[in-house]
Design a protein around this ligand. Structure first.
Ligand SMILES: Cc1cc2nc3c(=O)[nH]c(=O)nc-3n(C[C@H](O)[C@H](O)[C@H](O)COP(=O)(O)OP(=O)(O)OC[C@H]3O[C@@H](n4cnc5c(N)ncnc54)[C@H](O)[C@@H]3O)c2cc1C
Length: 417
């Protein structure tokens, strides 16, 4: 045991007291293991407490396993086993048995009935306390110690702690102020693991609307983009916007990504683009009228060529409801003209995620799943090392899928460590 005293030796050491680490520690303790939870912040669960805008979208109430797992993309085959051990139903019964009833809201998003992330944290805190988990905060783990490719302990604040198993639950790299600064990735790389480094939060947005994709390559040098959460305006930015084959980019969009990532955790996010931020819709309407009067026999899109933002003529019918653009200018009614002016100042698209990073989501990056045993979450390169939560390279959409991954992988690791 080297210099490690009996007091510094544990069956299981959990590194990181976030969602997956708290679940893993509690479960290992429930099995009668002597567990130490090391957390570098002064408090546990900093990120958990801000999830879902403070309401915590705790899981997705998708009880059809096939449908649910399909949302995790390429990781689906890997997740069959862990989800058969602890799935969505288990999440409901786990929290409800700890005095935290859940409710299902729109798009199958499940929340605690109290709509308070803090209550989720408190339920986990009770789980830790009931199972006698030793907790040390302000303890930053810098190294996982090994002997013959088997875990022997960890180094925290320069002090060695011995253990039979380590559960690494130190999170990814999103919102580093919550403690997830990528330490776990560095430790995994040191042990020979392949880690895809997560991309930073300045990323383009993916959208579902075909008209955006058909404008790929076109940019609006000065436009305003406003973002809405469940129909309510949250913020706007003005600057260059670029349309791409996957969605929206350009400085103005890139700099909005972090905030949009957070919003995606809370509900439906739509964007409204105004290509004429310095022109009122009444002025635009007058310009449209003038163009129609000057070119009465031209089609709508031909008459508007000088007014329409570059390239948008080809997607005109997607943008303005009830006007195809092929009508003769002199056949357009006043009501249709108003509609054209309003629509052109309000090009809407539904945001589906962040490119390369589901920050809110969370992150496209992490340890290669080929190097993790699907039944136990144990590393295939280092015996008795278990990996959970955001450290795993699993892409997923917003809607409770990230925390469900934490409950599932945390439980499975705690059940096997
Ligand atoms: C703003 C925001 C809102 C979100 N909302 C939702 C939501 O509503 N629903 C949903 O499903 N998902 C949501 N997510 C994603 C979800 O919060 C994460 O997927 C989840 O918290 C990851 O848990 P984790 O246990 O892997 O890591 P984390 O929660 O990041 O916890 C890791 C812990 O490890 C500690 N740590 C790191 N390095 C060390 C070290 N070297 N030594 C000791 N301790 C260390 C950290 O301080 C931290 O406490 C949201 C994310 C963000 C950023």
């Amino acid at each position: 045991m080297n210099a490690i005293s009996q007091n510094n030796f544990f069956d299981v050491i959990v590194v990181g007291g976030g969602a997956s680490g708290m679940m893993a520690a509690g479960r290992a303790g429930e099995r009668g293991k002597r567990v130490l939870l090391l957390e570098k912040n002064r408090e546990l669960g900093k990120k958990l407490k801000i999830t879902g805008g403070g309401r915590c979208n705790i899981t997705s109430a998708e009880f059809n396993a096939k449908e649910l797992l399909a949302r995790y993309g390429k990781a689906e085959p890997f997740l069959h086993s862990p989800f058969s051990q602890f799935g969505v139903k288990n999440t409901f019964s786990f929290f409800e048995s700890k005095g935290l009833p859940l409710v299902v809201q729109e798009n199958k998003r499940a929340f605690p009935k109290t709509e308070k992330a803090l209550d989720v944290f408190r339920a986990l805190e009770r789980y830790l306390s009931k199972n006698h988990i030793a907790i040390q905060t302000g303890a930053r783990v810098s190294q996982i110690l090994t002997k013959d490719k088997t875990v022997s302990g960890v180094l925290a604040n320069g002090k060695e702690y011995g253990c039979s198993s380590v559960i690494l639950a130190s999170g990814g790299m999103s919102h580093p102020e919550t403690g997830s600064t990528g330490d776990g990735f560095a430790m995994l790389k040191n042990l020979g693991h392949s880690v895809q480094t997560p991309t930073p939060s300045i990323v383009p947005l993916t959208v579902q609307d075909p008209w955006v994709k058909r404008l790929a390559g076109i940019s609006l040098p000065l436009a305003r983009i406003s973002f809405f959460l469940n129909g309510k305006k949250i913020f706007s930015k003005t600057g260059e916007i670029l349309f791409t084959h996957f969605g929206l980019s350009g400085p103005c969009v890139l700099n909005s990504a972090q905030k949009v990532g957070d919003m995606l955790h809370e509900g439906e996010v739509t964007a409204a683009i105004d290509p004429y931020p310095n022109v009122s819709w009444q002025t635009l309407e007058k310009q449209i009228l003038n163009a129609f009067q000057t070119n009465p026999n031209k089609t709508v899109v031909n008459a508007l060529k000088k007014i329409l933002p570059q390239g948008t003529a080809r997607v005109f019918s997607f943008l303005v409801q009830g006007v195809t653009g092929k009508e003769k200018s002199n056949s357009v009614t006043r009501e249709q003209r108003d509609r054209i002016a309003h629509a052109l100042k309000n090009l809407t698209a539904t945001v589906t995620g962040l490119m390369g990073l589901d920050k809110a989501v969370v992150v496209d990056g992490g340890v290669d799943l080929k190097e993790i045993d699907t039944k136990t979450m144990q590393s295939k390169l280092c015996a008795n090392l278990f990996v959970t939560g955001d450290l795993l390279h699993i892409n997923r959409p917003s809607g409770g899928y990230s925390l469900q991954l934490c409950w599932t992988t945390g439980y499975v690791a705690g059940n096997n460590a």
